[in-house]
Each structure stands twice: as C-alpha cells, then as structure tokens.
Design a protein around this ligand. Structure first.
Ligand SMILES: [Zn+2]
Length: 199
C-alpha cells in the first residue's frame, strides 16, 4: 500500500514529468500546492488549461498566437520585406526583447537533428518556402542557434533559398558558439542583429 493518497501521488507524478524536475522536486512542489491558498492553486490549474486551450500557432509564421495570427503578423507597422528565421517561439521572444528588428519572423518549431529522427519535413520549412515564393522579402536573416544542429539547419535552408532573388544573412557571431538565443542578453543580441553578415 502506498503511504500517500492517490491524488497526491498523481500530482507528484505529473510534476515529475516536467523538464528538470526530479522526484524530490516534484514532491516539494506537490506539498507546496497543498499548503498555499486553494484559490492560488486553482489559478495555476486554470492558467495551464487556458494556455493549452487558447494558444495555438500563428497560421503564417508559427509563433504562438491566441487567434489566427500572432501579434507580430497582425501588426501593419512591421517591415514585411525582412524575414528572420528562428527555431522556437522563445527565440523570437528573446530577439523581440532586444528591440532592434522591425521585420517579421518564421518559426521553424525545431531544428534538423537526424540522429534524433528530426528531419526537415517535421519543421515548418515547406510553408517557409511558400512564403518566400510570394516574393515580398528582400532579406532573410538566419537566427538559428549557433550550435552544430542550428548551423546545419541554417545551411540546409539557405541552400533551398538559393533559387530566390533574396539576400540571405546570419546573425553576427557575437552570440557565442553553443550559446542559446533565449539565454543571450539583449545587448549581445542587438549587436548580433545589427552586425549581421552575408550567409
Ligand atoms: Zn505570425
């Protein structure tokens, strides 16, 4: 017989599935939930439910959106001649916080990692090419992470883009190799954007 109630065991199990949360931390979180005010605990449950029910991917750029379009694609003031390609919505958020890029984005929703079975067709590369085919972009900036897989993904895409009359650039290497965009501070990101180089 288990010494904890089934509900408590369940919440520990669910917390334990979160990234970076081991058994001990899952237990600590579960007991924390039981100690705080009931309304606070239910607000957390509601927030999880709301985000999963209301947030989806933008039909144009695959950023997170609460409607058909994300806030960036629905902003007429954004420069639609510049496109910045990122791996994940959180990379987009990091670049937005650097506040130097006024164009639009395309979120790949991952990067090519053949060893893990992530192939190009699992990313949003096909809709990306369709967007480029429409011919509104003058410059496409590769802002994948400076890792082996991120660089490989950028190279793969730039080969596909070679047939289009568009300039392909990449972030300057102020972002250190191996660092992840979302953890890079905004000054470094701003420099990397303004010092971008021809791919
Ligand atoms: Zn969008």
């Amino acid at each position: 017989m288990s010494t904890v109630s089934q509900s408590v065991a369940q919440v520990i199990e669910q917390f334990g599935k979160l990234p970076g949360i081991g058994r001990k931390s899952a237990e600590r979180l579960a007991y924390h939930i039981l100690r705080i005010h009931k309304s606070e605990a239910l607000a957390l449950a509601d927030a999880i439910r709301d985000v999963r029910e209301n947030v989806r991917y933008c039909s144009v750029c695959f950023n997170l959106a609460e409607g058909e379009l994300c806030p960036i694609c629905s902003d007429p003031k954004r420069d639609s001649t510049q496109l910045c390609i990122v791996e994940q919505p959180r990379d987009l958020m990091a670049l937005e916080q650097a506040a130097v890029f006024r164009g639009v984005y395309h979120v790949l929703l991952g990067r090519i990692v053949p060893l893990d079975g992530v192939t190009p067709d699992q990313l949003t590369i096909e809709p990306l090419i369709e967007r480029v085919r429409k011919g509104t972009f003058r410059e496409i900036i590769m802002a994948t992470n400076p890792t082996v897989e991120g660089d490989g993904t950028a190279l793969y895409i730039s080969n596909l883009l070679a047939e289009f009359p568009v300039q392909v650039t990449r972030l300057a290497r102020g972002v250190t190799t191996g660092s992840v965009l979302e953890y890079t501070n905004k000054e470094v990101l701003a420099d990397a954007l303004s010092g971008r180089q021809k791919f």
